[in-house]
Design a protein around this ligand. Structure first.
Ligand code: 2AM
Ligand code: CA
Ligand code: CA
Ligand code: CA
Length: 256
């Protein structure tokens, strides 16, 4: 399928997703915990996933879908046709506590190949989108390629949990870099690497946290790597490192 046939629909859906997320943050949220005290889900996470799944099924009925909030079709690994991986609201804790720094993400694969990735920075009203066939855009403007800086030349971004536990020696990585940042949204962190604001982002992530960012990062010439598992496909969780090629080399040497 031509990427434009998919993109014309997704761009319209994400405008509605943006409206729902902006409206939701003004309202009282229904907040529940999932795996632990700090793992939250709101009525808006569920509402946006439901909206996107309905649109995908109505428009591309043979699609397979994996969504964070419970959508999991059978035979996701079968590589035929379109596979959608969606994170309706990324940075739910930020959405609840700060009401900013959150994203919505969609990844599209066709016959097992990376096709299109979308990260919507809702409060900035910026949609980062693209893929191997069209390159990467921010809204209507093509994103420039980022400089291949080393770890010592840039900022590194890790998850709060990795930092608190000095997991994989991240304190040493931070000391080697120009400084460390923690944003609380994998989508926003991917955007920072895509736009050259940071040289690396390192976090334990699920497929819906990294699928869109991985497609965009590859199209930007950046490296995305799973650190723990030898198998790093679009359906496994892993400690994921997205970085410039130079910073990746530096970080791999410091890994604990
Ligand atoms: P989420 O908001 O969609 O759950 C910081 O918490 C970042 O890590 C967010 O992008 C969050 O995505 C993701 N994340 C992955 N696993 C998480 C977990 N178990 N608890 C909280 N956040 C998690
Ligand atoms: Ca979540
Ligand atoms: Ca997420
Ligand atoms: Ca989410």
């Amino acid at each position: 399928m031509h990427w434009k046939q998919i993109n014309e629909h997704v761009q319209v859906w994400l405008r509605e997703v943006s409206r729902q997320l902006l409206l939701g943050r003004k309202q009282e949220l229904q907040v529940a915990t999932k795996s632990e005290r700090t793992d939250l889900v709101t009525n808006i996470d569920k509402q946006v996933e439901k909206y996107l799944v309905a649109k995908i099924r109505a428009t591309f009925p043979t699609s397979k879908i994996l969504g964070e909030e419970g959508t999991k079709d059978k035979d996701l690994a079968s590589s035929q046709g379109l596979l959608w991986i969606i994170d309706p609201l990324d940075g739910t804790m930020n959405y609840v506590k700060q009401r900013d720094c959150f994203a919505s993400m969609i990844a599209v694969y066709e016959n097992g190949h990376e096709k299109l990735g979308y990260i919507l920075d809702v409060t900035a009203q910026k949609l980062y989108w693209g893929g191997p066939e069209c390159g990467v855009f921010c809204n209507d403007e093509r994103l420039p390629k980022v400089a291949d800086l080393s770890l010592a030349q840039g900022l590194i971004d890790v998850s709060g949990r990795m930092l608190m536990n000095n997991y994989h020696n991240v304190c040493k990585m931070a000391q080697t870099s120009m400084g460390i940042r923690v944003y609380g949204s994998a989508g926003i962190s991917f955007i920072h690497v895509l736009t050259g604001k940071t040289v690396a982002y390192f976090s334990h992530l699920h497929p819906w946290d990294y699928a869109a960012g991985k497609i965009l990062a590859h199209a930007q010439g950046l490296s995305v790597k799973g650190i723990d598992d030898s198998k790093f496909d679009m359906l496994s969780s892993d400690d994921v490192l997205v970085a410039t090629k130079n910073a990746e080399e530096d970080i791999l040497k410091l890994l604990g």
